[in-house]
Design a protein around this ligand. Structure first.
Ligand SMILES: [Zn+2]
Ligand SMILES: [Zn+2]
Length: 275
């Protein structure tokens, strides 16, 4: 069974001592491809460096709404430059977070629109973070294009109606360990999503699924998210694995798994893309 973890943050210090083992466990669990997602300029550079180093890892680069408060326009320019890197497969994470409001909403929206425009110009998928801001997110997207989007609403926490709107606009939806939590409302929402629009993710090191809740999360645990979807939809886990892998490969234009060794790190670590 082959799975893809489409959302992790492997550059955090949580993995400083044992990233090799974390990746070995992922490989052993069938998680042969992992996206790691930047939240600011520095972590975006770190994602690119990880993707240059490890064949299993692909990078997304962007500025998270909660990390945008001190952001300068030259940071955004530098993110744009990183999009040229062959191992960068998406713009993210970007979006709106009106729960924390560490960054004023106006500034969040300005930055979000800027990255959305970039996604349209470059035909690159977006990885969206949305918290207590679903309708503003849909409105921003609509302003720029009413449909034909390529991207994902990650760690989805909205309702069925918002999910349906996102799907209508072209998006996929992904869920983390949050669907494994008891009495999860998100579990019900997940049941309404057609399987050809679902992606799997861990959001490691956060959102650890049951039965490991309370511990650090890691890509190998994406299997528990897949199991929960299989249970909810009453289909074999292999079907969930096959379909979500197909969805992720198509969305992020990932190389065929058999070509991974050849297609992986074409750039020498330490080129101009690294810090
Ligand atoms: Zn997020
Ligand atoms: Zn994240």
């Amino acid at each position: 069974m082959v799975l893809i973890d489409t959302h992790s943050h492997l550059y955090y210090s949580d993995y400083r001592d044992d990233l090799d083992q974390v990746l070995a466990r992922a490989e052993a669990a069938g998680v042969h491809r992992i996206l790691t997602i930047g939240v600011d300029l520095q972590s975006s550079h770190e994602c690119v460096r990880l993707a240059e180093t490890f064949p299993a890892i692909y990078a997304a680069v962007g500025i998270h709404p909660n990390d945008a408060v001190d952001m300068q326009s030259r940071d955004v320019q530098e993110i744009d430059d990183l999009l040229d890197h062959p191992r960068v497969v998406a713009i993210g994470e970007i979006g709106l977070d009106f729960h924390h409001k560490q960054t004023p909403p106006e500034k969040q929206m300005h930055l979000f629109r800027r990255f959305l425009e970039r996604s349209q110009e470059r035909d690159m998928p977006v990885i969206l973070h949305t918290r207590e801001a679903e309708q503003s997110t849909i409105a921003c997207l609509h302003e720029i294009s009413p449909g034909g989007w390529s991207g994902v609403f990650h760690c989805f926490g909205g309702d069925e109606e918002t999910a349906a709107q996102a799907i209508e606009m072209g998006f996929c939806i992904s869920f983390t360990g949050n669907i494994t939590y008891k009495n999860s409302r998100t579990y019900q929402v997940m049941q309404s999503i057609p399987i050809d629009r679902l992606l799997l993710e861990t959001d490691s090191p956060l959102m650890t699924p049951v039965p490991f809740r309370g511990r650090r999360n890691e890509p190998a645990f994406v299997r528990y998210v897949a199991e929960k979807i299989a249970e909810a939809k009453n289909i074999p886990i292999e079907t969930v694995a096959d379909q979500t892998t197909k969805n992720a490969v198509g969305l992020f234009k990932l190389a065929d798994e058999n070509d991974r060794a050849q297609s992986a790190p074409q750039t020498e670590p330490g080129t101009k893309f690294s810090r």
